[in-house]
Design a protein around this ligand. Structure first.
Ligand SMILES: C[S@@+](CC[C@H](N)C(=O)[O-])C[C@H]1O[C@@H](n2cnc3c(N)ncnc32)[C@H](O)[C@@H]1O
Length: 246
């Protein structure tokens, strides 16, 4: 278990007696109720604090760290596509675990990180900001960068802007999930891995069945860092069966 993950595990043990949870925000005056709620939640969230301490750009890092800790999907030398990567905490984790930054003597991996928003560079990763993953242009760009190679791991933490209408948000995130699955089928190595976030709903079961057609095993994961009120879950699909070319 690495020291980062140990720290996160310790953070999980934080109870209501913790100083973080008792902290009272002092700068709420004049803010809308929703902003106040957001601030209070941030201050009470041990993962927000851990992300600050560990220099991650956001708390989502701990979801990927946990998935990796449990299932060992990332290792030095692997090629990773990170979809919906901004502000870049999964990219930070992937770059470190694959040694894409070449800071260790291990094999050097490659990380390509795509988001429709612009985001700051992550050392060792190739950043494709301002690019809609679902567009043909973006997928062409990724294909060119891979130069005939394929990905060991495709990650998607992509999420549309939430409207608050549960069914509509579910439908929209499932469109993104299918776009990632289609991409992964074209650009993954045999035995490759796919991690896809969805918000739970009526189409998730069928998506899982579709994943099973292309991957040897499919698991559903809800990392500890997922907020209790969130409907998110991650599909981990392993052992890409490959495509028959004839
Ligand atoms: C939860 S955030 C990702 C956080 C990121 N994994 C991290 O750890 O920093 C979801 C991201 O998906 C991106 N996104 C949504 N739709 C997209 C699309 N069609 N193409 C690319 N990115 C998209 C959003 O812009 C947003 O930055």
């Amino acid at each position: 278990m690495n020291s980062l993950y140990r720290s996160v595990s310790r953070a999980r043990g934080v109870h209501t007696g913790c100083a973080l949870l008792r902290e009272t925000p002092r700068n709420l005056k004049g803010k809308k109720h929703s902003s106040q709620q957001w601030l209070v939640r941030q201050l009470r969230d041990p993962y927000v604090e851990m992300a600050k301490q560990e220099s991650y750009r956001c708390r989502s890092a701990f979801k990927l760290l946990e998935i990796n800790e449990r299932f060992k999907i990332l290792s030095p030398g692997l090629t990773v596509i990170d979809c919906g990567a901004a502000p870049g905490s999964w990219t930070q984790v992937a770059t470190n675990l694959t040694n894409a930054h070449a800071k260790r003597e291990d094999p050097v991996g490659r990380v390509y990180a795509v988001d429709r928003l612009p985001f700051y560079p992550v050392e060792g990763a190739t950043i494709l900001g301002n690019m809609d993953f679902t567009s043909a242009k973006t997928q062409e760009a990724l294909s060119e960068m891979l130069r005939g190679d394929k990905a060991d791991v495709v990650l998607s933490d992509m999420a549309p802007n939430a409207s608050g209408v549960r069914e509509m948000d579910h439908d929209n995130i499932m469109l993104l999930a299918y776009a990632v699955l289609r991409f992964a089928v074209r650009f993954s190595k045999a035995q490759g891995t796919l991690v896809v976030k969805v918000w739970d709903g009526g189409k998730a079961q069928e998506f899982e069945e579709n994943l099973s057609k292309f991957y040897g095993s499919v698991k559903v994961i809800r990392p500890d860092a997922t907020r209790d009120e969130s409907s998110e879950k991650f599909f981990l699909a392993r052992g890409f069966k490959g495509l028959k070319t004839s």
